[in-house]
Design a protein. Structure first.
Length: 389
């Protein structure tokens, strides 16, 4: 890989041990994937923020690293294992909190913004079309590539942190235009109400590592958020191309090797297979974190209804969005907890609940494994009806 004179100096340790370790990681990745050079990035987004996912070894690594290095570009952090203000009422114990506090402190020293969200693009870290970025959170990378038109690979936590410190990433994968062209075309005739997340869930399984071209109904930004999160959870690809059915797009389809259709019946069958039962300890909404529009829509629906209280309810969002929606939060709080900084997957949910219902395709993948939950998929509307009367 070709390095500039300054990059060579960093690699030789002339700008400190922390920057040396960071560039070593980027160069090693670049060599593995055949990158020709490092390229500047507009921002980074770092995962590996919850004590539940990184453990004691992660704390020691971050504390050590935080004395030696600092981010040089805008960099934000993924959700933590708790709400920084309401962790006690969530049911998180003192020990988890104190470990989480050490992680937060180390990331602050590293110069990573305390955004604590998987939707940084709704909370101040929103890249522009064509910008190269180094983001780690899978749902955010797919949104950035597919909806915002930015360019990023799905980084690991350490590589996103290294990119934040150097301000560069290795140029391979989705940073190269030739790897962003669709290889499979999937026609979706219709998506039943509330099943957009499952359309992503099914498409991810079909597409695997191939960038899919989705020809189907138009999607709102929030639907793209839910679709992409599920697609990146069941598939290994961090990008799709969306074409609204019947509209001219100008998308280059010369690289498409296979075409197929995804009938509505398959989405209904997927919903049925993920339905589970009606016995829930927790209803979890906000994977990925809710947008202001989603909070508004749910508050409007619930405003004149009363809570049922059959199960706990979590609405997860970023603190930035939370601060913008005081009236909606006041309504939602009558029905459950509106949590910031965290989510149902990276919080230690397994210590609190056993059975969780959610409207998220991504949560259907990770709650049974990372969260040890028995899950039930329901549409957002069905969940709101279930928690209210
Ligand atoms: Fe976000 Fe947690 Fe889902 S990080 S995408 S709410 S698993």
């Amino acid at each position: 890989m070709h390095l500039t004179a300054q990059e060579e100096r960093i690699l030789a340790g002339e700008e400190g041990h922390g920057r040396q370790k960071a560039i070593e990681l980027l160069v090693a990745l670049g060599d593995i994937y055949g990158a020709r050079r490092l390229i500047p990035i507009a921002s980074a987004q770092v995962s590996g923020a919850s004590f539940k996912t990184i453990g004691d070894a992660g704390i020691l690594f971050l504390e050590d690293f935080s004395t030696e290095a600092k981010a040089t570009v805008t960099a934000s952090l993924n959700p933590l294992g708790l709400d920084m203000k309401r962790w006690r009422s969530m049911g998180v114990d003192e020990e988890f909190h104190s470990k989480q506090a050490r992680i937060v402190s180390a990331y602050r020293s590293l110069g990573i913004d305390p955004l604590y969200s998987c939707t940084p693009y709704l909370a101040g870290n929103r890249p522009r079309r064509g910008q190269h970025i180094a983001w780690a959170e899978s749902s955010a990378t797919v949104f950035a590539n597919s909806y915002l038109g930015a360019m990023t690979n799905r980084e690991g936590g350490p590589s996103a942190l290294a990119a934040a410190i150097i301000g560069k990433t290795a140029e391979y994968g989705l940073h190269l235009p030739e790897n962003r062209t669709p290889r499979i075309r999937i026609e979706i005739e219709e998506i039943p109400e509330g099943l957009v997340p499952l359309a992503g869930y099914v498409v991810g399984k079909i597409a695997g590592k191939r960038v899919p071209l989705i020809s189907g109904p138009s999607l709102t930004p929030d639907e793209h958020k839910a679709f992409g999160a599920a697609l990146a959870a069941t598939g290994a690809v961090s990008m799709y191309v969306h074409a609204q059915k019947g509209k001219k797009t100008g998308i280059d389809t010369s690289s498409v090797e296979e075409s197929m259709s995804l009938p509505k019946t398959e989405l209904v069958a997927c919903a049925e297979s993920l339905k589970g039962d009606d016995q829930w300890d927790l209803v979890a909404i906000g994977c990925p974190h809710c947008s202001a529009a989603e909070l508004k829509r749910m508050a409007k629906f619930l405003k004149n209804r009363r809570p049922r209280k059959d199960s706990d309810v979590w609405f997860c969002t970023s603190r930035t969005v939370f601060a913008k929606c005081p009236n909606e939060i006041a309504v939602l709080k009558r029905f459950g907890k509106v949590l910031c900084d965290t989510c149902m997957v990276v919080a230690p949910i397994e210590k609190m609940y056993k059975r969780t219902a959610s409207d998220s395709g991504k949560a259907m993948v990770y709650l049974p494994t990372l969260g040890k939950q028995r899950t039930s998929f329901r549409t957002n509307r069905a969940l709101l009806e279930a928690i209210s009367r």
